[in-house]
Each structure stands twice: as C-alpha cells, then as structure tokens.
Ligand binder design. Structure first.
Ligand code: GAR
Length: 200
C-alpha cells in the first residue's frame, strides 16, 4: 500500500475527496500524514476529525531551503511514497523536488499551461476564455510546469463570477485528483519526455 502525504494551506476539500476515495476502497493508498504551513488551516481540523496524523511546519519568515529541508526530513521520517499538494500555497524549491523525483503531485484550477500561479479562475475570466478547468500534474522545478497527468474542462458562462467558476472547477478537481493518484499508485503510467503515457 502506497503511503501518501497531503500538504495543504487552506480549506482542504481536495484532501477530503482523496480521503473519501480511500475510505470507499477506490484508491489503494493510505494517508500517512497531513502537513500544513499554517496552523490555522481548516483542512488540518478535517484531518484530525478523521483520526489522521497532522503536522504543522510554519513557513512564515523561513528561507525556502531551510523550509524544504524540514519538510523533506519529516516526509522521509514518515516513509512517504507520494506527496500530494492540495491547495498548498507555498512554492517548493529544487531541494524538495529532487528529494521526491516524479513523486510530487499538484492540482491546479486551470487548464495548464494557461493561467499558472495565483488567482487562476480570475485570470481565466479576465482573459475571456470560454473553457477552463483543472490540471493534475507532476511537480518539477518550475511553477505549475510539470508533466500533466489528467485534465478536465468546464465551460465558462457569461454569468460567471470568480466564485461560480471556482465552484464548477472544484467539483471536477474532487473527481480528478483521486483518479490521478490512482494512476500513479497502480503504476499505470510512465513518462516519455514530459508526456505521461499509459503502460497498458
Ligand atoms: C483548489 O482549487 C486548488 O486547485 C487550488 O487551491 C484550491 C484548494 O482548495 N490550488 C492552487 O491554486 C495551487 N496553485 P481546497 O483546500 O479546498 O482543496
């Protein structure tokens, strides 16, 4: 059984979707630890209520390398196979990425490579695209730039504001993230350059 770490900074709804998928027997994995850089993240309470181990590693004022080093230490100590970023709002540096090569996943609320970084739903509205969506990708040393595992598209409606578009995308995120983790833990995919292809 693959051992997951979930890293979050906020609400934790993607974490809950992953935990639910495991509970329903759809995802052969276990959540070893839920880590946050913010003690106040509501996602931490949700994890505690599910009886999961949580850890706060505060990031405020901590240089990136030092932060990455503490995180790697804790995740290695928990013998984590896969690191799932689920609304983790701190950029991880090369030191962290190299410690878990192709073993870090992120979910992002746009169809990458469009609208990386922050406020992707607002960026999509302001740009005027007619479709947006979400992307689960492997994390490399860039920002939201790693190989794409899965994407889902949603329409952008004329009546949308940031909130309504974010909600439509979020529903797809909850479906997509457990599915993408499943592909990796079952060993269903391999990398060809930056393309993710099915093994069978
Ligand atoms: C999600 O929409 C996720 O895609 C986004 O933060 C939200 C976290 O929600 N992540 C990013 O923007 C990463 N750049 P959650 O805490 O309810 O899972």
């Amino acid at each position: 059984m693959k051992r997951l770490a979930i890293l979050l900074s906020g609400r934790g709804s993607n974490f809950e979707a992953i935990a639910d998928s495991i509970k329903r027997g759809r995802l052969p994995a276990r959540i070893e630890v839920v880590v946050s850089n913010l003690a106040s993240a509501p996602g931490l309470d949700k994890a505690r209520r599910r009886g999961l181990k949580t850890l706060v590693i505060p990031s405020r004022g901590v240089p990136r390398e030092d932060y990455d080093r503490s995180l790697v230490y804790e995740l290695k100590r928990h013998r984590v196979d896969l690191v799932c970023l689920a609304g983790f709002m701190r950029i991880l540096g090369p030191l962290f990425v190299r410690a878990f090569p192709n073993r870090i996943l992120n979910i992002h609320p746009s169809l990458l490579p469009a609208f990386p970084g922050l406020n992707s739903q607002r960026q999509a509205l302001e740009y005027g695209v007619q479709f947006s969506g979400c992307t689960v990708h492997l994390v490399d040393e860039g920002v939201d730039s790693g190989p794409i595992l899965l994407q889902a598209a949603v329409p952008v409606l004329e009546s949308d504001d940031e909130e309504s578009l974010a909600a439509r995308i979020l529903a797809e995120e909850h479906r997509l993230y457990p599915q993408a983790i499943g592909m990796l833990v079952r060993g269903e995919v391999r990398l060809e350059g930056r393309r993710v292809v099915r093994r069978f």
